[in-house]
Design a protein around this ligand. Structure first.
Ligand code: ZN
Length: 315
């Protein structure tokens, strides 16, 4: 066995999994109330960008060799209906136009209401409960507005039942048959989202999200969630988070012949980032970590390390 590990170049020759920047997706936070950029306290090295600073950042990503971004918007105004989510000149819609018109990036836009509702919930509240179908009709409006702006892929992350099917019909009806849907098919109610809520200003002000995000103690539910998303028309399926969920990644990859995206979430980034910054872990940990996600079966990985990895020419 050791002959196959004898030198670096032999190890390169015989390796099966490599991390290619073209398969990474960089999250981009755009803040309507911000000029310039501001570092996110819990995620060192990751920033929110004002719309004025967005072109420079996209230029930086493109120059590093990245091909894909996923946009998250932080609006100025929040209300109970999340009405700033589907404005023609909303923060995400404007960002899509900037990316589309000036760069050759695949533009994915996260589609949810938690950044836009005054409750911080991912849907519309009726009688203290997130109303599934009332929320779907808002998601449909958001999807059509993203598509009008020129998005390549919409990525519904709210975990409402039927969201992929509803959005597919809305896109088709508005003449956007070629806009793809990346479903957050398996989004677990995870503690690892905590830094993101700081990044996107989306912490729930009322209750939690356990009535729609998945319970990590259930072993087989992901088979049903993934099947439903595919039946409803998802072009790309997802597992989120990555770390702690690689068993799910492996199984979804084995069972379903659809492109599989895996979201390496904010808490994963923050844990590793802090350990690197403190000198507790060496920088090679990033490569080992992202490789493990691809080895488990991911075809695409959304990661806050994307720029860093691309800048180094791979992991
Ligand atoms: Zn949400």
């Amino acid at each position: 066995m050791r002959r196959a590990r004898v030198s670096q170049s032999i190890r390169e020759l015989l390796s099966d999994v490599s991390v290619d920047a073209r398969k990474l997706i960089m999250p981009v936070f755009v803040d309507e109330g911000l000029n310039g950029k501001r570092e996110i306290g819990s995620m060192p090295g990751i920033f929110r960008y004002g719309i004025d600073a967005l072109p420079d950042h996209l230029d930086e990503l493109q120059h590093a060799g990245l091909k894909n971004i996923i946009l998250f918007g932080i609006p100025k105004e929040k209300d109970s209906g999340g009405s700033s989510s589907y404005l023609r000149d909303g923060i995400v819609q404007r960002s899509i136009r900037i990316a589309r018109e000036n760069f050759s990036l695949n533009v994915i836009a996260d589609l949810c209401l938690c950044e836009y509702t005054d409750t911080g919930q991912c849907g519309i509240i009726r009688d203290g409960y997130v109303d599934n179908d009332a929320t779907l009709s808002v998601y449909d409006r958001i999807a059509a507005s993203y598509a009008d702006a020129g998005v390549d892929v919409v990525a519904p992350s709210g975990m409402m039942d039927g969201q992929v099917g509803s959005i597919r019909r809305a896109l088709d009806k508005s003449g956007h048959e070629n806009v793809m849907i990346m479903g957050y098919s398996n989004k677990y109610a995870s503690t690892l989202y905590a830094p993101f809520r700081d990044a996107a200003d989306s912490a729930p002000r009322v209750g939690d999200r356990k009535s729609y995000q998945m319970d990590y103690r259930r072993k087989k539910e992901y088979l049903m969630e993934t099947s439903l998303d595919i039946e409803e028309g998802a072009d790309i399926i997802m597992v989120k988070p990555a770390i702690f969920y690689l068993d799910i990644v492996k199984s979804v990859s084995d069972h379903f012949p659809k492109p599989l995206a895996v979201y390496s979430v904010s808490g994963e980034y923050s844990m590793i980032r802090h350990a690197l910054d403190l000198g507790i872990l060496p920088h090679e940990t990033v490569g080992e970590y992202i490789t493990s996600i691809f080895r488990a079966g991911a075809n695409l990985v959304i990661t806050y390390f994307a720029l860093e990895i691309a800048g180094k020419g791979g992991a």
